[in-house]
Design a protein around this ligand. Structure first.
Ligand SMILES: [Zn+2]
Length: 482
């Protein structure tokens, strides 16, 4: 039976509220894609940083792209049918890889206030509860648009507010329409009790139908997991951790493992809270290769070794970890143990912006300050964390993260002729210490040009921002927020 849009929506809402009826893919699934077509390109004469240790850097280098794939990287390449893009004066490098970001709450940018009741957790939970599905779309679209503008070609959308299947659908729609590469990790909606699991039926539905969501392989599915313990704030403002019931975390973990999708969790957040979470996971035998561990501020040497042995990866978000007071991230202890470490935005409700250049610089500066050593973490190592190691942290390094033949064509060009990049000296230092999102001249994802001559293609930025402002005002009004 065909339903009229109005009654169809009403049906979806009712079905979602009941949580029992099967979810029907909504009409917007058929919406026309806005992303530009793939082309055959030859980037000519740039300073190419392949971020592949064997291939190294190539000055006056070319990159040939066809069918969304890197065909070759080298000097003076011939490609008669390709459209030539002048890369002189540009640093050409892999697209930046972001590894953990609650994209929906970009709608609440910089709203973590100066009093306890307006801190990040009460704000995201208090307002997140009032999100309608379209708010998820508008928030995630704002985040994805900012990512692409800033040279981030892959994100890990750690979605912890799918209040109904429609909320998840809307978040996914934003990713799909943007043309970005993403992992979408399905998590618990803000404020649900720890006795309740993630909506596993909906996760399984998405997994079953993933072919229609994956946007030609750009999007992958994961579980955003709470782990085996959670943090609570007492009325006095003291944070402590409590165990999550075994029947809850087991069900979630086993569901993801049986679907063969990766799992990601916030753990060892700080010395005062969520302490020993990794030790608990290790004891339970839950550490494994496709597990990504976020923050990892307060890990003991034994925990670091356990993680290294398991093959699990780490994601650090220096700006939110510093801003909220979790403490200082320690990348070196994981890198030295051979654990892949990626970098992340986490949430712009706290960090303000999604600037991976600043994040790489931040992690380098924190490392060097903590070690009282100018040379502790090199710029190139920080850039590896923002590219190939980030891809490894997401299990995507076979496809992306470096510019080598056969990988998907995710890359950026940074214009070194801009004021803040003059003069051209050490390229790794320039990218990590001096570059800004506005210097990103070209962004390509899977062979599609999504930013060209410094301007985003296929998206009306003014509309993205104005609709976000209207949605933010409406959410605040519904919540009775300031
Ligand atoms: Zn987070």
């Amino acid at each position: 039976m065909l339903m009229q849009p109005r009654s169809r929506r009403a049906f979806l809402r009712a079905a979602a509220a009941l949580g029992t009826a099967p979810f029907v893919a909504p009409a917007f699934a058929q919406q026309k894609r806005k992303t530009p077509a793939r082309g055959e390109y030859l980037l000519r004469g740039g300073y190419v940083m392949t971020m592949d240790r064997a291939a190294g850097d190539i000055s006056r280098g070319d990159v040939h792209i066809a069918n969304g794939e890197i065909v070759s990287v080298g000097r003076a390449l011939g490609a008669t049918r390709a459209k030539v893009i002048d890369a002189s004066g540009m640093i050409v490098l892999p697209g930046l890889v972001e590894t953990h970001w609650h994209m929906w709450n970009s709608l609440l940018r910089s709203m973590s206030g100066d009093e306890r009741k307006f801190g990040y957790f009460p704000t995201s939970a208090g307002l997140g509860r009032h999100f309608v599905p379209r708010d998820m779309y508008i928030g995630a679209r704002l985040a994805a648009t900012e990512a692409l503008y800033s040279g981030i070609t892959t994100v890990h959308d750690w979605c912890h507010n799918p209040r109904t299947p429609e909320h998840a659908e809307e978040d996914l729609r934003a990713l799909r329409e943007s043309g970005i590469r993403a992992r979408f990790s399905y998590g618990p909606a803000r404020g649900i009790p720890v006795t309740e699991t993630v909506n596993l039926a909906d996760l399984q539905r998405l997994h079953r139908d993933w072919r229609s969501y994956s946007n030609e392989g750009l999007l992958t599915l994961g579980l955003a997991w709470r782990g085996v313990q959670y943090a609570v704030t007492s009325p006095e403002g003291k944070m402590e951790f409590k165990p999550i019931p075994e029947e809850v975390y087991r069900k979630e973990y086993d569901a993801a493992r049986s679907l063969g999708i990766p799992i990601s969790a916030h753990v060892n957040i700080g010395p005062k809270i969520d302490y020993g979470h990794v030790a608990a996971l290790d004891k339970l035998g839950l550490l494994y290769q496709d597990l990504q561990l976020i923050h990892m501020i307060s890990s003991t040497p034994e925990e670091v070794q356990a993680v290294a042995k398991s093959g699990a990866s780490v994601s650090l978000s220096p700006y939110t970890e510093l801003r909220i007071g979790f403490g200082f991230p320690n990348a070196s202890q994981y890198l030295d143990a051979g654990v892949p470490v990626g970098l992340s935005v986490d949430t712009t409700t706290l960090s303000g912006d999604a600037n991976m250049f600043a994040i790489m610089k931040g992690i380098q500066n924190v490392e060097n300050a903590a070690a009282n050593n100018e040379f502790k973490l090199t710029a190139r190592r920080a850039l590896e964390m923002g590219t190939i190691l980030g891809a490894k942290s997401l299990g995507l390094d076979e496809r992306i993260g470096s510019l080598v033949k056969g990988k998907r064509a995710d890359l950026i060009m940074v214009n070194t002729r801009r004021l803040n990049l003059g003069v051209f000296t050490d390229p790794a230092h320039l990218i990590v210490e001096a570059a800004q999102p506005a210097n990103v001249e070209l962004v390509m994802v899977d062979g599609r040009i999504l930013k060209e001559r410094g301007v985003l293609t296929g998206v009306d930025v003014r509309q993205v921002v104005s609709e976000a402002a209207a949605a933010n005002a409406a959410v605040r009004q519904r919540a009775g927020w300031w």
